[in-house]
Design a protein around this ligand. Sequence first.
Ligand code: GLN
Length: 307
Amino acid sequence: MKDINFNTIFNDIFIELQPMENPGVAASYIPELAKIDPDKFGIHLSHVDKGDFYQGDSNERFSIQSISKVFSLTLAMRLIGGNLWSRVGVEPSGTAFNSLVQLEVENGIPRNPFINAGAIVVCDVLMTYLDNPKVELLDFIRTIANNPSLEYNQRVAESEKNTSDRNKALIYLMRDFGNIHNDVDEVLDLYFYLCSIEMNCCELAHSFMFLVTAGMDEASGEMIISPSQAKRINAIMQLCGFYDEAGEFAFKVGLPGKSGVGGGIVAVHPGKYAIAVWSPRLNRKGNSYMGMKALELFTTKTEDSIF
Ligand code: GLN
């Protein structure tokens, strides 16, 4: 890798993106998310050797939504290891994040833990193995983020609960196939709680550093998960982190990553860095329009991706 000045690269990206038209639309199917200024833009890079670099609204917290499915998956893997894979697959879905179509023909086993159905099954597993799932899940996220101030947003969780017909359809269908073991309302409650966690780009990048360092916590040096589990989570992010746009993200950016309908994206370069970007306007696949563009410019300008 050539010697890179990340400040210059961020400035250049900012200058290139600013005049660009953004055809994206902020998520409104969760009404609370529609209240956010759609033109926010922040980016933060946390590099193992070179430190931190940031631009724009990188210190403003937002709803991380599906990005937190990486944390719930990590906790479930710690709790039950490989037994998880009889309940949820590791294949890209090629369908929208909230799609029902595959579940019926595939006997209620979601394709992967990052589509809604898969994350709901992971929440069901957490319900079974944790005494106090919400508290323990938030504690776990605070631990890996090294940030005790992290919180969920109750208004967003309630807003999502009030507009949850599709997620309800998913969970009832899976329960019919025997793949939900706990009370459906309690599982969905945990799922909405998980989705409504808030972070800023800096917090998000740091909370993903354990996937840069093969499972090790950057502050304590303790192992959060094994190197083999970290490899697997990165592999699932690469293949499934962007739903039916995972191929496009791999093609244009070339890093494992995860998006959320709050407009956040985190991407990981194992051994090197985690980078988080936030821009609420989404493309048709539910991924941040400018977020994808920014990361594409980043790996293009640095001439460095995992490929
Ligand atoms: N909470 C959102 C939902 O269930 C998460 C979707 C996302 O971020 N892709 O629809």
